[in-house]
Design a protein around this ligand. Sequence first.
Ligand code: G3H
Ligand code: ZN
Length: 278
Amino acid sequence: MLVTLKKIIDELGENQAVPAFNVYGYEDTKVVLDVASSLGAPAVLMTNRDAVMHMGSRNLCNLLKSIGEDYDIPICIHLDHAKSMEEIEEAVKSGYTSVMYDGSNLPLNENIENTSRIVQFAKKYNVSVEGEIGSVGYSDPNIKIQGKYTDVEEAKIFYDETKVDILAVAVGTLHRMTGQEAVINYELLNDIEKKLDVPLVIHGSTGVKNKDLIQLAKTTVKKVNIGTAVRMTFGKSLKSQFNTEEFDRIKLFEKPMKDIEGVILEKYKLLGFKKTSY
Ligand code: G3H
Ligand code: ZN
């Protein structure tokens, strides 16, 4: 059933954080839902700016909603890294149950002002809102988004003013890392946790080491965003078949779907979801 991100977060067990996966279509969505369902776990399906530019949020939402109807688990459809009210309005009206407004590169007062407007709007539709304070940068040098550690005092002001449901913080990760090499600043994370009573999100979690995923699930981090790890596995697996005569996309997608299943299952397990029937 379709639920808000807040509901999923509120119902997590002890030492659990929900992995939120960037998905792009039928294949990756189905695998995330199959794995989640086998674990009796919730699923957070996130669509990022690339996916929205490619398909449009209405099409994406309809597709994900429809695939989700076959599963008896809590499913959240989340708009990732939206930068404007227009994008958020379209997503909310299409049926997304959660949105992220990313004002992380704006001055604090503008980030607060825009995020607050979005919280007011989303509330009317019972849609959860994620904000970001500090900025998780990009390991890809072509993307000119400056990373900046979260400042604890700013985070406190931001949360008190906006009352977002969940807050993304920058504590050492970068988006699009291809290796698990991020160094988590636990001292900073700890200071944020002491000062703020709000569940936290870690972006760029492909770069997070396995031992840190286990550790983070024991903190107030409740959502862990993963994109590159799945995309990279899918793409490499697809490319590995290009010397075959096969041209049928359904056949070509079989191996990538099998391969991403392992990645997705591993992240769930590291974040505290026990294997049941899988
Ligand atoms: O918002 C999306 C995530 O932060 C994904 O980051 O692609 O580095 O895993 P990643
Ligand atoms: Zn992100």
